[in-house]
Design a protein around this ligand. Structure first.
Ligand SMILES: [Zn+2]
Length: 197
């Protein structure tokens, strides 16, 4: 009886938020985050993934509906960051894209489109941005079926240049700097592990 109660208590504690201290689930891309105050971990300088949530990829290019980008899921409010140093070449809002921003990267030669942002872009057309700079927040504005970033890669300096498949690029990008990423580290979908019957 005693051990049964103890097991129940442990399960209750785990459900109350201690799950964050458990090992990451298999398949999680990030290594366990062990604070090491004595050793300064050098931050990679990009190019960065466009969002701070763990990478959760939905529909890609094509997807039987003429999809011109890839859908990256995350909690509403997740910070969206510039992939690399670049220039904001268009921002706006409409019924399809919702709140959107387009950023051209001279070094990579591509334009990155971010759709469905929670509020208008935090940067203005013509503004220069740095790699990792927050340019908006994930949302579900415009034509949207669930909170996500619709991310497009365009071959050239235009939001409407020929489309490129974002998936190979995503494999090359690194997570944004930790001081930004920590604000969106909680992932409800991964934290809730199904209980065995
Ligand atoms: Zn999409």
């Amino acid at each position: 009886m005693t051990s049964r109660i103890k097991n129940t208590l442990t399960a209750t504690l785990a459900g109350a938020g201690l799950a964050a201290a458990l090992p990451a689930p298999a398949g999680a891309s990030a290594a366990p985050e062990i604070p090491s105050p004595d050793v300064a971990t050098p931050e990679p300088d990009g190019p960065y993934l466009p969002l701070t949530a763990p990478l959760d990829v939905g529909d890609g290019l094509g997807a039987a509906r003429g999809h011109e980008g890839v859908d990256l899921f995350g909690p509403i409010g997740t910070e969206l960051v510039a992939v690399s140093d670049g220039e904001v070449i268009e921002t706006g809002s409409d019924g399809g894209r919702g709140n959107y921003v387009s950023i051209y990267s001279p070094s990579l030669g591509d334009t990155y489109n971010y759709f469905h942002m929670n509020e208008p872009a935090l940067v203005a057309t013509g503004e220069k941005v740095r790699a990792g700079q927050v340019v908006g927040h994930l949302g579900c504005t415009g034509s949207c079926y669930g909170a996500h970033l619709h991310f497009e890669v365009r071959d050239g300096r235009s939001p409407y240049a020929p489309v490129l498949d974002p998936l190979p690029l995503l494999d090359l990008l690194v997570p944004p700097p930790a001081e930004i990423a920590t604000q969106a580290a909680e992932s409800p979908s991964e934290a809730a592990s199904p209980a065995l019957p």
